[in-house]
Design a protein around this ligand. Structure first.
Ligand code: GRG
Length: 305
């Protein structure tokens, strides 16, 4: 576990270096915007989505007996960093008073507290569009067909048919305690899972995975996405504010239904472990090649932050 956390930490530093190198500082008129974008994306968060992009890419190379070239590696890092910028945007907007109203994120004041509301909204918008600048730039991803397919796959995962649609449903169902498990699963898949499975999809495009390899990896990511969300709901109940870097027991306070409120703690824990095992079963026939993805699946349910 410690060894895996070190790998995650190293990955996080690589993504921070990419963001730090390519996120601009702006000029005297708009530097506050870039400062706010940098504040919420660099130097915080586990960067699990970027890790999944990189490790999915490594896995595809390994099972096809290919070497991960430096240029392919750089493409995976650029795509993973763009996805992390999108994830940071979603957290900035999620913390706003009109959404989850959370004053703390990643152990420091949320963007709208550190800056102001309009800057937080614009910093989120800025990170979202900047991510597509990276994906669409031939400096980072050389093949134009791949750039366009990746743009499509990411936009679909985070737009009205993905994350934004899931967030809408999540907001509207706040206080609707009678919601059933199917709806919770739908909301989680769209709000959180779609971006997570898009990470394996993007790596599959970059590394020319076969259709079977691609669907297997996306399936793996779907299971860890669900395990990850259930673990988040369990941590919201029992987690520690300091290690989580954000307020806990928020769903209870906001009367938001989640896997734990619907299933109860015991069944929710069992379901998270089942999802993690299903993910592992999909990849572990490649014993050596799948080591990091297996560790990631275990980590999603054993984490404390
Ligand atoms: C505002 C359009 C819009 C979408 C928001 C991501 C999201 C959608 C809401 C966050 C709500 C939430 C806490 C979901 C649980 C799973 C999750 C996304 C946790 C945060 O991701 P981590 O743990 O965070 O990867 P770090 O800080 O490590 O990057």
């Amino acid at each position: 576990m410690i060894e895996f956390q070190n790998k995650l930490e190293k990955n996080s530093q690589k993504i921070d270096r990419f963001l730090d190198s390519y996120l601009p500082f702006g000029n005297s008129l708009n530097s506050k915007l870039f400062e706010a974008m940098r504040y919420s994306s660099i130097g915080g968060g586990k960067k699990i989505r970027a890790f999944l992009v990189l490790e999915s890419g490594r896995f595809i190379c390994a099972i096809n007996n290919k070497t991960l070239t430096k240029s392919k590696y750089n493409e995976l890092i650029a795509a993973g960093s763009a996805i992390e910028a999108i994830h940071s945007y979603s957290l900035i907007h999620d913390d706003l008073p009109a959404m989850d109203n959370s004053p703390v994120r990643r152990g420091k004041p949320s963007n709208h507290i550190k800056f102001d509301h309009h800057t937080a909204i614009l910093a989120g918008d800025g990170l979202l569009s900047w991510a597509f600048e990276i994906i669409g730039d031939s400096t980072f991803i050389s093949n134009s067909e791949k750039r366009s397919e990746i743009c499509f796959v990411i936009a679909r995962a985070i737009g009205p048919n993905g994350m934004v649609g899931g967030q809408q449903a999540d907001m509207d169902y706040t206080k609707h305690k009678s919601i059933d498990l199917d709806k919770i699963e739908w909301i989680q898949y769209h709000k959180t899972g779609a971006l997570i499975s898009c990470c394996s999809h993007v790596a599959s495009i970059l590394l020319n995975a076969s259709n079977d390899q691609k669907s297997n990896l996306i399936n793996y990511a779907n299971h860890i996405g669900l395990a990850f969300q259930i673990a988040d709901d369990l941590l919201d109940l029992d987690g520690n504010e300091e290690s989580m870097g954000k307020p806990v027991r928020q769903d209870m306070k906001n009367e938001t239904p989640n896997f734990v409120t619907i299933l109860g703690k015991e069944k929710a824990t069992k379901r998270a472990l089942e999802e993690s095992s299903k993910a592992i079963n999909l990849i572990q026939k490649f014993k050596q090649e799948s080591e990091n993805l297996v560790s990631l699946a275990k980590y999603t349910v054993n984490r404390n932050k």
